[in-house]
Design a protein around this ligand. Structure first.
Ligand code: AMP
Ligand code: ZN
Length: 491
């Protein structure tokens, strides 16, 4: 199969560009990671499904991928623009635990969610491991680009060219997030170092030339990106909210550090391509971390949904479009995944029959019927990650008729390297809706259904109806003649 150039939308130029690696044969990607003061909501997880899909496409195209997702365990204030309280210390006080414990606990929870969504193979460095290089960075830029106030060392955004080019226009929302601070030279100036106020101690604080304190949040991504990937690296990702404050500030620090001037040359920004996923939105406000029980992956699992149904839901939309969450939408994504799993099951059964008959396996690449949709799939993902269209090509392969099952299954595996839906291993049973609150086990349901079948064979309809009703009382819907072949559903 010939390759198609990978085209990606670069937020910095607002144009689709052809990906050309900085280092031949390699792809280096940095994705802004979570602030581990709380659980991640499913909107946050959309950002990592997106960057994982990007990484998978790069790997599929043969690049040797290095992908970093940093863990913010210090420094992020309740506002992105360096005002408010420290998120970690605030949560530590609320939960009566140390900030270090909080960080460890929520990082582990985040990593569990990543694994459940098949997001693997990334580095997860912690900001607290990079405080020394952050101080060194600050020292290098302090004279020319920073000034000190009582509260810390601030970056003067007027000292570099093109500040805010990435954001383009400062919106009212963005502006509203920047509070006025006495002594700041420009509203957009931000902290490189935040001094611990006189007479106070922080749980997380370090000595620095600007006094005891903690680094500003934006600094960590510049420092870790440079330390782990080298400037310039290929792609920097994050959610669309980062396009207004966090990433312009990172870029400003990078320009200052590299002494590179304006952004006419993309390399000057640290990363050549900046990509942003749009938001997952939820109308009732359950995604807000302050809303008590907010929408996290575990809640979906507790309600009985397989986590990969959520991955499917994300893949159905383009990463640059807003995606509205609803339980119906999640249910539809699950059904789509079930159909795929069942199709794969049918092809596997056919493959076993053929192999038993000493069949010579073929590969998808040699068969035009499979090659064509795989090429369509390749073109779709190469076109700024059009996963919605890629899924259609994927289904076209699964619904082929009268063709060697080895061709179909090898094509399926090939495309699933990008989709990450684990269709090789996922079974029908894995995808059953199993709410945590259910009182009945699957074995009990199966036993009851077996009794009902026997009663029906014996034409004892009273018993068969009674079994159906008693199952219904326990939340089990018996689905005779379900077109998807699911005999029951636990709601
Ligand atoms: P945070 O921990 O707030 O820094 O967020 C982690 C990542 O999730 C960042 O890349 C955010 O831009 C992204 N993000 C936050 N909320 C959403 C959302 N509702 N939909 C998609 N991405 C989001
Ligand atoms: Zn970042």
């Amino acid at each position: 199969m010939t390759d198609t150039p990978l085209k990606l939308f670069n937020s910095l130029t607002r144009e689709i560009e052809i990906f050309t690696p900085v280092h031949p044969g390699e792809a280096r990607v940095y994705s802004c990671g979570p602030t581990v003061y709380n659980y991640q909501h499913i909107g946050n997880m959309r950002a990592y499904v997106f960057s994982d899909t990007l990484g998978r496409v790069l790997r599929w195209k043969g690049y040797d991928l290095t992908h970093v997702i940093n863990i913010t365990d210090v420094g992020h204030l309740t506002s992105d623009a360096d005002e408010g309280e420290d998120k970690m210390e605030k949560m530590a006080a609320k939960e009566g635990r140390s900030a270090w414990d909080i960080a460890k606990f929520y990082q582990e929870d985040f990593e569990r969610d990543l694994a459940r969504l098949n997001i693997t193979g990334k580095q997860h460095p912690r900001a607290t491991e990079y405080v020394e290089p952050m101080i060194e960075w600050g020292k290098r830029i302090a004279d020319k680009h920073c000034y000190e106030l009582d509260s810390g060392l601030y970056f003067d955004v007027s000292t570099i060219e093109d500040y805010g080019k990435l954001a383009r226009a400062v919106t009212e929302e963005g502006e509203g997030r920047i509070e006025r601070l006495e002594g700041k030279r420009n509203a957009a100036d931000f902290a490189i170092w935040r001094k611990t106020p006189e007479g106070e101690t922080r749980q997380m604080e370090w000595d620095s030339p600007w006094g005891k304190g903690a680094p500003g949040w934006h600094l960590e991504c510049s420092v870790m990106g440079e330390a782990l990937l080298g400037f310039p690296f290929d792609i920097h990702t994050g959610g669309i909210d980062h396009r207004e404050i966090h990433h312009p500030n990172e870029i400003a620090q990078n320009q200052a550090y590299c002494c590179t001037g304006g952004l006419g040359k993309a390399e000057n920004s640290g990363a050549r391509i900046w990509m942003h996923n749009n938001f997952l939105v939820e109308r009732s406000g359950k995604m807000s971390k302050s809303s008590g029980e907010f929408l996290r992956l575990q809640l979906l699992v507790d309600k009985g949904y397989h986590p990969l149904a959520y991955r499917m839901m994300c893949l159905q939309a383009h990463y640059r479009s807003e995606l509205e969450f609803s339980w119906d939408g999640l249910g539809a994504a699950l059904t789509r995944l079930k159909r795929m799993v069942m199709a794969v099951g049918r092809w596997k059964a056919l493959q076993e029959e053929r192999h038993a008959a000493d069949w010579h396996a073929d590969s998808w690449e040699r068969h035009p019927k499979t090659r064509e949709p795989v090429e369509r799939f390749r073109d779709a993902v190469s076109d700024d990650l059009n996963t919605a269209e890629a899924l259609t090509a994927f289904e076209d392969v699964l619904s082929l008729k009268k063709i060697d099952p080895d061709c179909v299954l090898s094509a399926m595996s090939e495309m699933d390297k990008v989709l990450g839906l684990d269709l090789e291993n996922l079974s029908r049973e894995d995808l059953r809706i199993r709410p945590k609150s259910a009182e009945i086990t699957e074995a009990e349901i199966e036993a009851e259904l077996f009794r009902r079948k026997e009663a029906k064979i014996a034409k004892d309809y009273a018993t068969s109806d009674a079994i159906r009703e008693s199952l219904a009382a326990k939340g089990v819907e018996v689905m005779d003649g379900d077109p998807l072949g699911w005999e029951w559903n636990l709601a």
